[in-house]
Design a protein around this ligand. Sequence first.
Ligand code: 5RP
Length: 218
Amino acid sequence: MTQDKLKKAVGWAALKYVKFNSIIGVGTGSTVAHFIDALGTIKYHIKGAVSSSDISTAKLKNLGIPVFDCNTVDMLDVYVDSADEINKQKQMIKGGGAALTREKIIAAIANKFICIIDESKQVSILGKFPFPVEVIPMARSAVARELVRLGGLPEYRQNVITDNGNEILDVHYLQIVDAIALENTINCIAGVVSVGLFANRGADLVLVATTNGVMVIE
Ligand code: 5RP
Protein backbone atom coordinates (compact mmCIF):
# COMPACT_ATOMS: atom_id res chain seq x y z
CA MET A 1 0.00 0.00 0.00
CA THR A 2 1.31 3.50 -0.78
CA GLN A 3 1.99 5.98 2.00
CA ASP A 4 -0.82 8.19 0.74
CA LYS A 5 -3.30 5.30 0.94
CA LEU A 6 -2.25 4.76 4.57
CA LYS A 7 -2.70 8.49 5.24
CA LYS A 8 -6.14 8.34 3.68
CA ALA A 9 -7.15 5.30 5.74
CA VAL A 10 -6.16 6.95 9.01
CA GLY A 11 -7.66 10.33 8.03
CA TRP A 12 -11.04 8.69 7.49
CA ALA A 13 -10.70 6.52 10.61
CA ALA A 14 -10.53 9.68 12.73
CA LEU A 15 -14.10 10.57 11.77
CA LYS A 16 -15.31 8.15 14.43
CA TYR A 17 -14.01 10.49 17.17
CA VAL A 18 -15.93 13.55 15.96
CA LYS A 19 -18.88 14.33 18.21
CA PHE A 20 -22.25 15.48 16.93
CA ASN A 21 -22.71 19.28 16.91
CA SER A 22 -19.14 19.98 18.03
CA ILE A 23 -16.35 22.27 16.86
CA ILE A 24 -13.30 20.29 15.81
CA GLY A 25 -9.67 21.35 15.98
CA VAL A 26 -8.07 20.65 12.61
CA GLY A 27 -4.33 20.32 11.95
CA THR A 28 -2.30 20.70 8.79
CA GLY A 29 -0.63 18.46 6.24
CA SER A 30 -1.27 15.71 3.74
CA THR A 31 -2.73 13.28 6.31
CA VAL A 32 -5.05 15.93 7.71
CA ALA A 33 -6.14 16.80 4.15
CA HIS A 34 -7.77 13.36 4.03
CA PHE A 35 -9.39 13.96 7.41
CA ILE A 36 -10.83 17.24 6.09
CA ASP A 37 -12.27 15.40 3.07
CA ALA A 38 -13.90 12.96 5.48
CA LEU A 39 -15.21 15.82 7.63
CA GLY A 40 -16.86 17.27 4.54
CA THR A 41 -19.16 14.24 4.39
CA ILE A 42 -20.59 15.02 7.86
CA LYS A 43 -20.53 18.81 7.65
CA TYR A 44 -24.22 19.15 8.53
CA HIS A 45 -23.63 17.24 11.77
CA ILE A 46 -20.88 19.49 13.15
CA LYS A 47 -20.78 23.18 14.06
CA GLY A 48 -17.47 23.71 12.28
CA ALA A 49 -13.74 23.78 12.86
CA VAL A 50 -10.87 25.77 14.28
CA SER A 51 -8.01 25.59 11.82
CA SER A 52 -4.24 25.53 12.31
CA SER A 53 -3.22 27.04 8.97
CA ASP A 54 -4.37 29.13 6.04
CA ILE A 55 -4.13 26.04 3.82
CA SER A 56 -6.42 23.95 6.04
CA THR A 57 -8.79 26.92 6.40
CA ALA A 58 -9.07 27.20 2.61
CA LYS A 59 -9.78 23.49 2.25
CA LEU A 60 -12.38 23.51 5.03
CA LYS A 61 -14.14 26.54 3.54
CA ASN A 62 -14.09 25.02 0.05
CA LEU A 63 -16.01 22.07 1.46
CA GLY A 64 -18.52 24.38 3.12
CA ILE A 65 -17.31 23.75 6.68
CA PRO A 66 -17.55 26.88 8.86
CA VAL A 67 -14.19 27.98 10.32
CA PHE A 68 -14.21 29.69 13.71
CA ASP A 69 -11.68 32.19 15.02
CA CYS A 70 -9.80 30.46 17.86
CA ASN A 71 -10.50 33.48 20.09
CA THR A 72 -14.21 32.75 20.00
CA VAL A 73 -13.85 29.17 21.26
CA ASP A 74 -13.23 28.31 24.95
CA MET A 75 -12.26 24.71 24.47
CA LEU A 76 -12.40 21.92 21.94
CA ASP A 77 -13.42 18.37 22.46
CA VAL A 78 -10.93 16.96 19.98
CA TYR A 79 -7.99 18.17 17.94
CA VAL A 80 -7.05 15.95 15.00
CA ASP A 81 -3.57 16.37 13.56
CA SER A 82 -0.65 14.36 12.27
CA ALA A 83 3.05 14.41 13.18
CA ASP A 84 6.47 14.06 11.61
CA GLU A 85 7.65 11.72 14.37
CA ILE A 86 6.04 10.24 17.48
CA ASN A 87 7.58 8.17 20.28
CA LYS A 88 6.09 5.68 22.75
CA GLN A 89 5.30 8.48 25.24
CA LYS A 90 3.17 10.10 22.50
CA GLN A 91 5.60 13.03 22.32
CA MET A 92 5.95 14.40 18.82
CA ILE A 93 7.97 16.40 16.37
CA LYS A 94 5.61 18.53 14.31
CA GLY A 95 5.87 21.48 11.98
CA GLY A 96 7.07 19.93 8.74
CA GLY A 97 4.34 22.06 7.19
CA ALA A 98 5.47 25.16 9.13
CA ALA A 99 2.17 25.35 11.05
CA LEU A 100 3.62 24.42 14.45
CA THR A 101 2.64 27.54 16.38
CA ARG A 102 -1.06 27.49 15.53
CA GLU A 103 -1.03 23.71 15.97
CA LYS A 104 0.34 24.17 19.50
CA ILE A 105 -2.28 26.77 20.35
CA ILE A 106 -5.13 24.53 19.22
CA ALA A 107 -3.64 21.48 20.95
CA ALA A 108 -3.50 23.53 24.16
CA ILE A 109 -7.25 24.21 24.18
CA ALA A 110 -8.28 20.69 23.17
CA ASN A 111 -9.40 18.04 25.64
CA LYS A 112 -8.12 15.27 23.41
CA PHE A 113 -5.29 15.40 20.87
CA ILE A 114 -5.82 12.61 18.33
CA CYS A 115 -2.66 12.03 16.34
CA ILE A 116 -3.21 10.36 12.97
CA ILE A 117 -0.15 8.84 11.35
CA ASP A 118 1.06 6.16 9.03
CA GLU A 119 3.43 3.69 10.65
CA SER A 120 6.57 5.33 9.21
CA LYS A 121 6.17 8.16 11.77
CA GLN A 122 6.73 5.93 14.82
CA VAL A 123 10.22 6.18 16.34
CA SER A 124 11.91 5.09 19.54
CA ILE A 125 13.90 8.34 19.91
CA LEU A 126 12.78 11.67 18.49
CA GLY A 127 15.19 13.67 16.38
CA LYS A 128 15.97 11.96 13.10
CA PHE A 129 13.46 14.34 11.52
CA PRO A 130 14.93 17.85 11.93
CA PHE A 131 12.62 19.66 14.31
CA PRO A 132 11.43 23.14 13.38
CA VAL A 133 11.70 26.30 15.42
CA GLU A 134 9.57 29.30 14.40
CA VAL A 135 11.51 32.52 14.97
CA ILE A 136 10.90 36.24 14.73
CA PRO A 137 12.87 37.18 11.57
CA MET A 138 15.24 39.67 13.32
CA ALA A 139 16.20 36.96 15.85
CA ARG A 140 17.02 34.23 13.34
CA SER A 141 20.82 34.36 13.70
CA ALA A 142 20.75 34.87 17.46
CA VAL A 143 18.44 31.89 17.93
CA ALA A 144 20.55 29.81 15.53
CA ARG A 145 23.66 30.49 17.65
CA GLU A 146 21.85 29.30 20.78
CA LEU A 147 20.68 26.14 19.01
CA VAL A 148 24.30 25.40 18.00
CA ARG A 149 25.28 25.87 21.67
CA LEU A 150 22.71 23.21 22.55
CA GLY A 151 24.42 20.83 20.12
CA GLY A 152 22.11 21.13 17.09
CA LEU A 153 22.70 22.21 13.53
CA PRO A 154 20.01 24.75 12.57
CA GLU A 155 19.22 25.19 8.91
CA TYR A 156 17.26 28.19 7.64
CA ARG A 157 14.16 26.96 5.74
CA GLN A 158 14.55 28.92 2.49
CA ASN A 159 11.58 30.77 0.97
CA VAL A 160 9.19 29.90 3.80
CA ILE A 161 7.27 32.53 5.76
CA THR A 162 4.81 31.13 8.27
CA ASP A 163 1.15 32.16 8.45
CA ASN A 164 2.27 34.37 11.36
CA GLY A 165 4.89 36.20 9.24
CA ASN A 166 7.89 34.46 10.82
CA GLU A 167 10.75 32.22 9.69
CA ILE A 168 11.68 28.59 10.37
CA LEU A 169 14.95 27.02 11.49
CA ASP A 170 15.09 23.23 11.11
CA VAL A 171 17.36 21.69 13.74
CA HIS A 172 19.39 18.64 12.71
CA TYR A 173 21.49 16.18 14.68
CA LEU A 174 20.21 16.94 18.18
CA GLN A 175 19.90 13.87 20.39
CA ILE A 176 16.53 14.33 22.07
CA VAL A 177 16.94 12.44 25.31
CA ASP A 178 14.59 14.57 27.41
CA ALA A 179 12.05 16.13 25.03
CA ILE A 180 10.24 18.10 27.77
CA ALA A 181 13.46 19.69 29.03
CA LEU A 182 14.57 20.54 25.49
CA GLU A 183 11.17 22.03 24.62
CA ASN A 184 11.30 24.20 27.74
CA THR A 185 14.88 25.31 27.09
CA ILE A 186 14.21 26.31 23.49
CA ASN A 187 10.98 28.10 24.45
CA CYS A 188 13.10 30.36 26.70
CA ILE A 189 15.40 31.61 23.91
CA ALA A 190 14.54 35.23 23.07
CA GLY A 191 13.06 35.43 19.59
CA VAL A 192 11.62 31.91 19.55
CA VAL A 193 7.91 31.90 18.79
CA SER A 194 7.50 28.18 19.29
CA VAL A 195 9.32 24.90 18.88
CA GLY A 196 7.99 21.89 17.01
CA LEU A 197 8.55 19.59 20.00
CA PHE A 198 5.16 18.59 21.38
CA ALA A 199 6.35 16.97 24.58
CA ASN A 200 4.71 18.96 27.40
CA ARG A 201 1.45 18.53 25.55
CA GLY A 202 1.72 15.29 23.64
CA ALA A 203 -1.03 13.29 21.97
CA ASP A 204 -3.75 11.51 23.97
CA LEU A 205 -4.71 8.94 21.37
CA VAL A 206 -2.75 7.75 18.34
CA LEU A 207 -4.28 6.18 15.26
CA VAL A 208 -1.65 4.37 13.21
CA ALA A 209 -2.31 3.21 9.67
CA THR A 210 -0.57 -0.06 8.89
CA THR A 211 -0.93 -2.44 5.97
CA ASN A 212 -3.10 -4.56 8.28
CA GLY A 213 -5.50 -1.76 9.18
CA VAL A 214 -5.68 1.18 11.57
CA MET A 215 -4.34 0.52 15.08
CA VAL A 216 -5.45 2.54 18.09
CA ILE A 217 -2.89 3.40 20.78
CA GLU A 218 -4.40 4.75 24.00
C1 5RP B 1 2.42 20.44 9.81
C2 5RP B 1 2.58 19.22 10.62
C3 5RP B 1 2.14 17.93 10.02
O1 5RP B 1 1.24 17.32 10.88
C4 5RP B 1 3.32 17.03 9.80
O2 5RP B 1 4.29 17.72 9.05
C5 5RP B 1 2.91 15.74 9.07
O3 5RP B 1 2.51 16.05 7.77
P1 5RP B 1 1.99 15.00 6.72
O4 5RP B 1 0.65 14.56 7.17
O5 5RP B 1 1.95 15.75 5.41
O6 5RP B 1 2.97 13.84 6.68
O7 5RP B 1 3.04 19.23 11.74
O8 5RP B 1 2.99 21.57 10.41
